[in-house]
Design a protein around this ligand. Sequence first.
Ligand code: CU
Length: 344
Amino acid sequence: MSARKTRSLLLTTALATTFASSAAVAHWEGSRPDAHAPIGVMADHTHKTGEWMFSYRMMHMEMDGNRNGTDRISTSQVHSQFAVAPLRMEMEMHMLGAMYAPNDDVTLNIMVPYLKNSMDHVNAANAQFETVGEGIGDVSLGGIFNLSSKHVDGEQPVQHRLLASLSLGLPTGKDDIRDHGLNPNMTMKLPYPMQVGSGTYNLMPGITYLGQQVNGNYSWGAQAMATIHTGTNDEGYSRGDKLQLTSWIARLLSENVSGSVRITGQSWEGIDGQDSQLMPGNVQTANPALLSGKRADLSLGLNVKVPGTGHRFAIEVGQPVWQDLDGPQLETDMIITAGWQWAL
Ligand SMILES: [Cu+2]
């Protein structure tokens, strides 16, 4: 394990030990549509003692065209470095989740993802082909903890909350999927971004701040979350660690509907190690160094609750406003997340 990862693990452990000093929340109105963060945010809320929640979430991400740094580059520029150029990629993720609160301060959760990654490529002779990596992804188990809450009185009383979360990602997803390339008679190992699993145990520590106007229409929040891949998978590498910072503001549009605006910044590292069956000179996605970058997204969301039933529906649409990629790398163009949540 690298020094960087050891440091990250120590930080996570320090965060976990603070869970002991938790506090129940008195004035938080959990039934408001905006009491849940925009649907693209994970580990954003807790439940009351004995409450269950089941959820289905779908995320669709579109990547079209290549970029190096902050600049768009053409397919022929990619071909000057690699035999094959990716044209576009679609990532589709279906997530089944369950949450259960053994008490008011701790909510446990499990999430089972199913992924489909499709990528279109073209070679220098203008022959196009598509590859698909599909299957169950890395199942995660975790907890969300009420760290503290504070009620601030005044003309417009505000309830503040602080949550901590920690998830463990299990290596249940495949990291050795193969598919046909140009030759229909043989398969090849799919490059790193096309695999549905990391092959490693992953830690996802997070900290979330929430604010709610007790009698007003506004609420807001911010979250920092890291993804730390521990060890090395059977293929000989570890995926790049990621840090994500997000902040949003939401407004009640009616008693049962709220709208949100969110800004997200993220930074992710390249592959640590190498899959020896991939040829890094052939295509950028097989090059461990060309998978890191930074991005800022702006997202608009809608939360809807069906009164008296425990059902909620939500959608969020995001677009990058800035991206800086160690490329050539496919740029992200759109992220859509939609979901259904049922608390009982
Ligand atoms: Cu929940």
